[in-house]
Write a protein that binds this ligand. Structure first.
Ligand SMILES: Nc1ncnc2c1ncn2[C@@H]1O[C@H](COP(=O)(O)OP(=O)(O)OP(=O)(O)O)[C@@H](O)[C@H]1O
Ligand SMILES: [Mg+2]
Length: 336
């Protein structure tokens, strides 16, 4: 599954820009939900918006779908200003909102027929079009069931199907796998990958592995700002460059002394306490570009008779990158 990630150079270099978000901010009274956010999405790309609760993901998606305008800045869809001509442009977008409000007293097929009508799918095309998405979204067996009698996972699929009706070129999916069981999650992720072959997709999530499995590129958002972007490999490589070194000592009483010594080593940018147990304490060191302080660490600890249990250079997982980027903003547990 992980290896399904595309490396299509075509996406990077040649595909036209479908969505251009330029310097948007959104204020709700004194809350700055988005603060000077810019990014672009190329045709055929699957972009993941990753961020903790309240980061601004839903707000960004609502702006992208024309639900409300930004307080400042602009959005272009295929070269057209979104808010200059919202109705025409909106038809290019399929939207799965965070909370799907469906016409729950309708049957699945009936509801999708209603959506097709609103989205102006021609009468002749309507039946095969709906049948196609009933099948692709795994809804065929429940097509004649009332929506309000479906489980949450199936209602989520109906939400996805309604977003797809009319074959929009851009899909905006707000936490598409939330509330699904593990089997459904796997199915929906592979459906999104499949759909992403023909379409441009932007999805939000706070599930890190999802970004790895589904997205070509990720934008990490925190407190309304883009704090990092790139492919997951690029993010990993970028931070790996800075070297994270993990050091574990076998004497808790020496903790403060160890921090002081580690901080004095040249090339060490930051010392962070990772774990403290009865008989051992672990630290993570951020080293400046090109520096490898491991030998200095072992020398200085030996000199001061601090027992070393482990020293290793670590490659950061996406999870650690996320925590590092998001947490470093707040500089929590930071000794330097
Ligand atoms: N309509 C609104 N009125 C006032 N504040 C809002 C409104 N919508 C969002 N906010 C605020 O904007 C910020 C960003 O919210 P948003 O829903 O975009 O976050 P999110 O990244 O989607 O979070 P989650 O992961 O919880 O869905 C939050 O502080 C939120 O309280
Ligand atoms: Mg949200």
């Amino acid at each position: 599954m992980v290896d399904e990630r595309r490396t299509d150079e075509a996406i990077e270099a040649e595909a036209p820009i479908m969505v251009q978000v330029q310097n948007i901010s959104k204020d709700f009274g004194s809350v700055h939900a988005l603060d000077h956010v810019s990014f672009q999405i190329r045709q055929g790309e699957i972009l993941g918006l990753l961020g903790p609760n309240g980061a601004g993901k839903t707000t960004a998606m609502r702006i992208l779908t024309g639900y409300f305008p930004p307080s400042r800045g602009d959005v272009w869809l295929k070269g057209e200003r979104l808010f200059a001509n919202p109705n025409v442009v909106k038809r290019m977008i399929g939207y799965l909102p965070e909370e799907v409000s469906l016409y729950s007293d309708m049957k699945v097929r009936e509801y999708l027929g209603f959506v097709a009508e609103i989205k102006k799918v021609s009468r002749r095309r309507r039946k095969p079009h709906i049948d196609d998405y009933l099948t692709r979204c795994g809804l065929w067996d429940v097509k004649n069931r009332l929506i309000n009698q479906l489980s949450k996972g199936f209602r989520q699929r109906v939400g996805l199907a309604q977003a797809l009706i009319g074959d929009p070129e851009v899909l905006v999916l707000d936490e598409p796998t939330s509330g699904l069981d593990p089997k459904q999650i796997i199915e929906i992720r592979s459906l999104i990958r499949e759909l992403g072959k023909e379409r441009t997709v932007v999805l939000s999530t706070h599930i890190l592995p999802e970004v790895n499995m589904v997205c070509d590129r990720v934008l990490i958002i925190n407190e309304g700002r883009v704090v990092a972007s790139g492919t997951t490999d690029e993010l990993e490589a970028g931070l790996k460059d800075r070297h994270e070194i993990f050091v574990t000592i076998g004497d808790r009483k020496m903790k403060d002394k160890a921090v002081e010594l580690l901080a004095s080593i040249s090339g060490v940018e930051r010392v962070r306490l990772v774990e403290e147990k009865v008989d051992q304490v672990s630290f993570a060191l951020s080293a400046t570009h090109g520096a490898d302080p491991r030998s200095s660490v072992s020398r200085i600890f030996v000199e001061h008779q601090i027992p070393i249990l482990e020293i290793r250079a670590g490659r950061l997982s996406l999870e650690e990158i996320f925590m590092k980027i998001v947490v470093s903003e707040k500089d929590s547990q930071n000794y330097l």
